[in-house]
Design a binder for this molecule. Sequence first.
Ligand code: CAA
Length: 258
Amino acid sequence: MGYETLIVEVEDHVGVIQLNRPDALNALNQQLLGELSDALDAMQQNDKVRCIVLTGSEKAFAAGADIKEMSDKSFVDMFSTDYFTHETESVLRCRKPIIAAVSGYCLGGGCELAMMCDFILCSDTAKFGQPEINLGVVAGIGGTQRLTRFVGKSKSMEMHLTGRFMDAEEAERSGLVSRILPVKKLMEETMATAAKIAEKSALTSMAVKEAVNRSYETTLREGVLFERRLFHSLFATEDQSEGMAAFTEKRAPKFRGK
Ligand code: CAA
């Protein structure tokens, strides 16, 4: 399918989705979110894809939801269409690992989109923020909830109340991103990380994703039980036999996702 607001490619076993509205710093309008939803669903269906990279441009991952598209809407418009709900569910629905590769502005809905991915790698030029308060609104794609879980209440509250931006160093220090990379190396290093993930068992990656995400949704005791049962159930897979046999035989495993 042809997209107007995305550039989509599959390279070996890695699917790359690049947000592509350069004139609007990749602001998330309905068209872009609809296309993103289609692209993610297609990658979920594509057996060749084992890891997904979501990225923007060097200047902006995304500068937020499209303010111009929203500015004239009423409460009834927003509520009756459940604005942002269906458009963003594909990210949560996707069972394959998604890495956000962030450079430049990553603000508002852009920051929220990056936080919905499984982890964030950022360039040394990245700037994160939830500046919705400057527009007289609050975050609407989970920013108050997810940023708080990443960086704690104090910093999240300050970010949302002041609308200030956080640089890459602060984002790494506070646990929002997993690693900072030189801007010119961001895609190369992200693709290498994605390729490493794609070598693993796709079944086990899905299990990891479900188990880690469960830690946000349940008590420690229930979460550990969920993890333990997943661990047990992976002993029903060929990939477990292969992974453990390969270790014993001192060779690289050949995972088949079975
Ligand atoms: N929506 C629509 N258009 C946007 C946009 C956005 N979020 N962010 C930038 N643009 C557009 C600008 O209007 C401008 O377009 P024109 O050339 O047609 O005027 C173009 O992108 C380039 O932007 P700037 O000229 O402003 O670039 P800059 O380098 O001077 O500033 C910036 C960059 C600081 C990111 C500034 O663009 C900015 O503050 N953007 C808005 C950030 C923001 O408030 N994000 C939150 C949006 S609301 C939201 O996301 C709600 C939610 O949680 C779901």
